[in-house]
Write a new protein. Structure first.
Ligand code: GLN
Length: 192
């Protein structure tokens, strides 16, 4: 089983390290052909406008759309924005793979980074310590999308739609491997 991490910009090295800690083969993806033999893909946090721009320049938009239509894909933070169907901004390239609406600048300037403990559906044990950095939130989900976690004020910060997963925070900046393990379970499930 081999999992790729989109390595155009952002926190890709941290994801690779966590996948390797779990014992999985993990590779950096920068070019379309590098998607060919992957069983799953993580799109990291960073800056979604930059990721979108570089993905367009490298001819990755169509191959990434095809990939996300058929294989497990997980977007964290900027990756969540990139996976969404609607971000309310027409000029920014996105994959449109998940039936969610995302607000990019949900927390404005006054509280653009914070940490909080989240209850995440399907994760056993203690709450998940979540790091939010200029994070988005999901403002609407269509049928078929499961909400996995909300902030205390009700805003949605983790969702799953079949093989697709999106989290508004950065699990790769903690040492909690549980979300990476559950994504690897989704990937394994598609290979059985
Ligand atoms: N606000 C950033 C964006 O629009 C996302 C921030 C992050 O990935 N930590 O892409």
């Amino acid at each position: 089983m081999k999992i790729g991490v989109l390595a155009l910009q952002g926190a890709f090295i941290e994801h690779i390290k966590m996948l390797r800690q779990l014992g999985f083969e993990a590779v950096e993806v920068r070019l379309p052909h590098q998607l060919d033999r992957l069983d799953g893909l993580i799109i990291p946090g960073g800056e979604s406008t930059t990721i979108g721009k570089l993905a367009s320049e490298y001819g990755l938009i169509a191959p990434l759309r095809r990939f996300a239509r058929t294989r497990p894909t997980w977007g964290t933070c900027a990756g969540m924005i990139f996976l969404a169907k609607d971000i309310g901004i027409d000029e920014q390239p996105i994959l449109g793979a998940m039936d969610i609406t995302v607000d990019r600048n949900a927390f404005g300037r006054q509280i653009d980074s914070f940490e909080t403990d989240l209850q995440i559906a399907g994760l056993a044990g203690a709450p998940f310590h979540a790091v939010f950095i200029r994070a988005p939130v999901v403002t609407a989900v269509e049928p078929g999308v499961d909400v996995l976690a909300r902030l205390d004020d009700g805003r949605i910060v983790a969702v799953r739609q079949g093989r697709l997963l999106a989290t508004a925070f950065h699990p790769e900046l903690t040492d909690d491997l549980r979300l990476h393990a559950s994504f690897c379970d989704i990937v394994k499930g598609t290979l059985d």
